[in-house]
Design a protein around this ligand. Structure first.
Ligand code: ATP
Ligand code: MG
Length: 449
């Protein structure tokens, strides 16, 4: 970024014939919002992930609009509009299930503004109460250059204040401004860097990547609830495998799953790594096939190495006191929750999946049949198979269970091959350890937003 751009003077205007975004790819509703704002004399732009994804030929998750109209002015234009946010107000225009978020250009709080009362962190961005700004200011407070492109409905051009379009073409993820300053402002941007790079297959620019390992400990100051939201986005978006590897590489994983990170480092035979990798692959596969997933199974897998590492032999053994396992589960979960606030609706099924593992250590048909009745049987059984695949459970035991569940008339039915998904989409059948990502272990729609 040039000095002139940094001061917000010289945007690059990319005319319609030099970019690939076409109105036909923008949702009907977003277009209506953009046009109505424009016809009322306001500036109206599509912004953020929508412009980025369309520029890359991808389907955006949603469409956000930025404008110079104030929230009240936006509200006056739309009957179906609600203002949200106490300190910085945003307009939500509702059309049935679709919400178009309309944000007034925001100004950055001056860096020397020490009056905490005037500042607020929203989405990690430091803001003052309803201090509106120019489009330049709005662009430069954003995180990455590729997230700061504005599609102008007035002439279908893209307005680029930070060199984002060049970075789109180069496949480069680059923070706007001085990376150290931007990470200090909001350490979660380090996680976002890894997330976007994995999602888009981009390379993190050297200057953006370099400070991450030594600044990563700033994540310790982020509220565990915000980290949970971020962890969901990191692992449930279909690129969990790449994301996990990148988080480990950049020294970020240990600020999310500290005890697991240690267990993975100390893992001589690589079984924990295999186990975690298999769980991530199975989740990615399901997400990419648009089958529903629940975070509970994956989180249970991500924390399992931490539970095992506390046991005398580093794994479940037949002679092991159940109390000891129970204690290890409780301790590992408590430690984990201090870092990342996993809500109860996921933590409960996780606990059950773990607690059932020692009970699989039997070849007695009578004892085995009793497990069938457990509501978490299916997920726990799939967890056992996963352990078996990674060498963390006796493969013969896993095989015994596989045979028993497929031959016993008491066995609960496997995951139905076809079921209607909420919203009407169909998904394919599940088998093996993948089935455990089923909503049976929690609501797949929970917490994904
Ligand atoms: P996704 O497809 O994951 O939703 P997105 O780019 O839309 O990607 P959001 O988290 O929805 O990401 O944020 C919308 C926009 O707000 C971003 O594109 C970026 O411009 C800005 N933004 C979000 N979080 C931050 C942050 N922590 N710091 C600076 N800018 C941010
Ligand atoms: Mg978004």
């Amino acid at each position: 970024m040039t000095e002139a751009q940094a001061r917000g003077i010289a945007p690059t205007i990319i005319p319609r014939d030099q970019h690939v975004i076409s109105r036909s790819q923008i949702s009907e509703r977003a277009l209506t919002v953009l046009y109505r704002l424009k016809n009322a004399g306001y500036g109206a732009y599509l912004v953020g992930g929508g412009v980025r994804d369309l520029s890359l030929g991808r389907e955006p998750k949603d469409f956000d609009v930025a404008t110079d109209a104030t929230p009240d002015e936006v509200k006056a234009l739309f009957r179906n509009c609600r203002l949200i946010g106490r300190r910085f107000r945003l307009a939500h225009v509702h059309w049935g299930p679709e919400i178009i978020e309309v944000a007034t250009f925001r100004a950055l709080a001056p860096p020397d503004d020490a009056d905490a009362g005037e500042r607020v962190l929203e989405d990690g961005m430091i803001l003052r109460d309803n201090v509106y700004g120019t489009i330049e200011e709005d662009a430069l407070r954003r995180d990455f250059t590729i997230n700061a492109l504005y599609y102008n409905i007035a002439d279908f051009s893209v307005v680029d204040y930070a060199g984002g379009m060049a970075d789109i073409h180069a496949g480069r993820l680059r923070l706007i401004g001085d990376p150290e300053v931007r990470y200090r402002e909001d350490p979660v941007r380090m996680l976002r860097a890894v997330r976007f790079a994995a999602k888009l297959g981009f390379t993190i620019d050297t200057e953006t990547a370099d400070p991450i390992p030594w600044m990563a400990d700033l994540l310790d100051d982020i509220p565990p609830a915000r980290l949970f939201d971020e962890v969901l986005k990191l692992f449930m978006a279909g690129q969990g495998t790449e994301t996990f590897e990148s988080l480990r590489q950049h020294g970020l994983f240990r600020y999310l799953f500290p005890a697991t990170d240690t267990a993975l480092d100390d893992d001589e035979h690589g079984q924990f790594i295999t186990f975690v990798a298999r769980a991530l692959e199975s989740t990615d596969r399901r997400v990419n096939e648009e089958r529903p997933v629940t975070p509970a199974f994956l989180f249970a897998a991500l924390i399992w190495p931490a539970i095992m590492a506390q046991l005398p032999k580093g794994r479940l053994t037949p002679d092991l006191d159940r109390e000891l396992v129970e204690q290890s589960i409780t301790e590992a979960l408590e430690r984990q929750l201090r870092q990342v606030a996993i809500p109860k609706r996921f933590a409960m099924p996780m606990r059950e999946i773990w607690a059932l593992q020692p009970r699989f250590d039997t070849r007695s048909e009578k004892k085995a049949s009793r497990l069938f009745g457990h509501p978490r049987f299916r997920a726990a059984y799939d967890f056992l198979l996963l352990r078996g695949e990674a060498g963390l459970a006796d493969p013969e035991l896993a095989e015994w269970w596989r045979t028993f569940t497929t031959t016993s008339s008491d066995a609960p039915p496997p995951t139905p091959a076809r079921r209607r998904r909420r919203g009407g989409k169909r998904r394919r059948g599940a088998s093996g350890s993948e089935a455990a990502n089923e909503p049976a272990a929690g609501n797949p729609d929970d917490g994904s937003g």
